[in-house]
Design a protein around this ligand. Structure first.
Ligand code: PEP
Ligand code: MN
Length: 457
């Protein structure tokens, strides 16, 4: 199905807003920089550096998200909980891209819908923390806030918020983007060659047979259509890929907020799709203030404590003109809470006539710590939350238009269960995340297959 070409009506510029107006609001989860002059120099440099994305890509994504809200495509957003500077390497980047491409192939084939692919990368370097300070053996230091702020090592030097890291974050994001764009432009995402995306595991996975069958059937259809057309079908040779990250460190976001020729208003050109995390989604806070003034599509995480009137106020602030594609609400309730908390929110937003794209993050409400302190998530809970999400939307007459997942292309063992039924003992084998546990390649593909079974049925 072709994406319907529509102009998104230009809306007004945000009132009383500048890229710096967030500084007049309470800004939580920000690094405490100890040298303001040093910060100022880094930000001045950052604001001169080339942008990572363009305004026309940003607006194209907005149109696709408007389509997803109306059921004309499905959004797949995924990647690491946090990128690290050390992980900016070719194998990790291409494996993550491969698993996202494989998942999207499963979704396109099974749902018979285009998929809009949004990576959680090229800027996902900052993390919100539950405490500002961390104490170990009587020593108290600032918490690790992600590589764009400080370093995880527990020393005073490593934990200092270093403004140079803002520049390094931009550089690592640019390298990541450059590689992803080159791979995609070079035909890596070509549907004629899904073998490019094979990860070594595919041959050994319990899901391999089903995946291979799908790939063959797509190949057959493509060859059939090309025989009819008498020439290769060009548009299957390349796919679009967009980036996203949590808009958390607001100095970084502000420095890359730009005006561009022949467009009104301001764009955050560090990413296509910034989102506001659950801890920073306060109506009167700096994060909402910053995001309300940029023209990018915006995501907002919605947890179980959000009340209907609170959500309406957030929607009003971020999308006063009810612009399609502007706002994505990412619900992350937890398998045991979604049935109690989601229906009233869906009902409220629907009755108020607000145009939003709803997507499910079945990861962040399902975290747990094992007796040995290891953080994990159970595949059955992730699956249950997603199952419930589809059912609750169907019952409410609303639409679940996408998913937001934490995943990696590596063979990690961080989440329990899945096709190989990973156990607590397995977690010790390949637990690599220093933040939240991610789905590994097989568990990710399994989720894609489950979505097809659920939605496509
Ligand atoms: C995250 O997406 O990594 C995250 C911190 O999520 P949330 O804001 O939903 O807790
Ligand atoms: Mn996370």
């Amino acid at each position: 199905m072709k994406s319907v070409e529509r102009n998104i009506t230009p809306v007004r510029e945000a009132i009383n807003w500048t890229p710096a107006s967030w500084q007049g609001k309470p800004a939580i989860q920000q690094p405490a920089y100890d040298d303001q002059a040093e910060l100022g120099r880094a930000l001045a440099q950052l604001s001169e550096l080339p942008p990572l994305v363009t305004s026309w890509e940003v607006l194209a994504l907005k149109r696709k998200l408007a389509d997803a809200a109306e059921g004309r495509c499905f959004m797949l957003q995924g990647g690491d909980c946090a990128e690290s500077f050390a992980d900016c390497n070719s194998a990790l980047i291409s494996n993550r891209l491969k698993v996202l491409l494989q998942m999207s192939l499963v979704l396109v084939h099974g749902l018979k819908l285009p998929v809009v692919r949004v990576g959680r990368f090229a800027g996902q370097y900052a993390k919100p923390r539950s405490t500002d300070m961390e104490t170990r053996d009587g020593v108290t230091l600032p918490s690790y806030r992600g590589d764009i702020v400080n370093s995880a090592e527990f020393t005073a030097a490593a934990r200092r918020a270093d403004p140079q890291r803002l520049i390094e974050g931009h550089a690592k994001s640019a390298m990541t983007m450059n590689f992803v764009r080159a791979l995609i432009d070079g035909g890596f995402a070509d549907l004629h060659h899904p073998e490019y995306w094979d990860l070594e595991w595919v041959a050994h996975s319990p899901l391999a047979v089903e995946y291979r069958r799908m790939v063959e059937s797509i190949g057959d259809s493509l060859r059939f259509m090309e025989t009819l057309a008498g020439e290769p079908i060009g548009s299957y040779g390349r796919v679009d890929f967009y980036t996203s990250h949590e808009a958390l460190v607001l100095h970084y976001e502000q420095a890359q907020t730009r005006q561009v020729p022949r467009q009104w208003g301001w764009f955050n050109l560090s990413t296509h799709f910034p989102w506001i995390g659950m801890r920073t989604a306060d109506m009167d806070g700096a994060h909402l203030e910053y995001c309300r003034g940029i023209r990018n599509p915006i995501g907002v995480k919605v947890g179980p404590s959000v009340k209907p009137d609170q959500l309406l106020r957030v929607i009003d602030a971020l999308n006063p003109d009810n612009e399609p594609g502007r706002l994505t609400l990412i619900h992350r309730m937890g398998a045991s809470k979604i049935q109690e908390h989601l229906p009233v929110l869906l009902e409220t937003v629907k009755n108020a006539g607000r145009k939003v794209l709803w997507i499910s993050d079945p990861m962040h409400g399902n975290g747990e710590s094992l007796a040995n302190g290891i953080k994990t998530r159970r595949f059955e809970n992730i699956r249950a939350e997603l199952d419930h999400a589809f059912d609750i939307h169907a019952a409410a007459g609303t639409r679940l238009g996408g998913v937001h997942l934490e995943l990696t292309g590596e063979n990690v063992t961080e989440c329990l269960g899945g096709a190989r039924d990973l156990t607590e003992t397995d977690l010790e084998r390949a637990y690599k995340s220093s933040v939240d546990p991610r789905l590994n390649y097989e568990q990710s593909l399994e989720i894609a297959m489950l979505i097809v079974r659920k939605r496509g049925s």
